[in-house]
Design a protein around this ligand. Sequence first.
Ligand SMILES: [Zn+2]
Length: 486
Amino acid sequence: MTPIRFYNTLTNQLEDFAPIDPPVVRMYNCGPTVYDFAHIGNFRAFVFADLLRRFLEFTGHEVRQVMNITDVGHMTEDQLADGGGQDKMELAAQRLKAAKKSGVADVENPDDPFAVARYFEKAFIDDARALRLKIADDEAPRRPRATEHVKQMIAMIEKLVAADHAYVAGDGAVYYDVSSFPQYGKLSGNTLDKLAHGAGGRVSETDTAGKRNPHDFLLWKPDAKHLMKWDSPWGWGYPGWHIECSAMSMSALGVETLDIHTGGEDNIFPHHECEIAQSCGATGKAFARYWMHTRFLMVEGEKMSKSKGNFYTVRDLLKRGVDPAALRLELMRTHYRSNMNFTMKGLEDAHRMVERWRAAAAGVDAQSVAAGDSDVERDFVAALSDDLNISGALGAINKWLNDSPDDLSPLVRMNSVLGVLEAAELETETSGDDAAIDAKVQQMADARAAKDWAASDAIRDELTAAGIEVQISKQGITWRRKMTLD
Ligand SMILES: [Zn+2]
């Protein structure tokens, strides 16, 4: 069998993959922050993690996958320094309150930040299930919540303080002392030396208040007024963002050294660099052996942004009638280390491929699908073994289908890695919300038909306040969720 090789961001090279404790593979994926619906850029990274898991399972590994749920509403250090930033969970709560008032979101108590977080966590799981991410069907401990691991975070911060990797600053906050960790910068290339000469982002005067080094980062912020707060040796407050992943990954996977850690490329610095500093600082051991990062997603050649109107969540697209199988394939079929250009044309191409596979797989008796050793499967596995060369793998399938093979059971087996054919319609409890929005939009259409523009505008304002964007055209009125906060 071809050896499996992955590109490791930590060493900047392709390496043969060998887990510490075969056949078990312990993998941690930086997961969603649940104060909003996850967008397709987020989901590109999650679909990649799912493909990686399924491929490793197909090749005989037992994958223990953990994906965290960040449910603490952090302010950035910039916002903290400015003193004016508003907590993102608080913003989400305000939006949800408006949405509840007009009947378009069913959240029990939008004043409760925990309820807000649960609402978006549920939405994430619904979306993940529609795209057939296995993590959505795992037991809840595989999706640890930050708010339920604060004890572990505090314990780790105490260890870091005791080991002189962290200190309590004049303002009472606890910071990690980056100068205490000589390997800082190994993952991202942003060594302290380079950072001192201006690489790795701006550092303002105010950022440095209380810190010994401008690049020291926050572990604990005392803030008795914060929306979500916990008691700690440094007073009531909340943990820094980076410490969450260090504490949760080790706690949920039960080891100090992970096999694989994944995330989007925007996580490399500072998030993952800081995770390494914290984890190695606390345990004295390597944190994760293979670091794998997905590149950015663009939409129609442009950066995805709300102002450009090219910002999509998974549910936006499914609501427009996009086949979830096609969406999954589209998010997966660009190599993870290439920037992906998401286009409607690409989505249509993916859909045609899905339809072709569906037709071919329809004739296969699922009972007859035993492990196989066909040429196409060997080519498929060889391609994916080469740093998840997805276009090679898809090419092998399509080329084989062109020859109209008699036995189509390999397609069903290969699909267990791709997970495309079982992707189904979005089933969501929040779809009750959609019916309420549809009803409002109908009222609006009725008001317009009666030339009652004031009534139509009033409904539109109500929907806008609830984060629903309404578009009126000759064809009628359409709507989409615009509940994006930043
Ligand atoms: Zn993380």
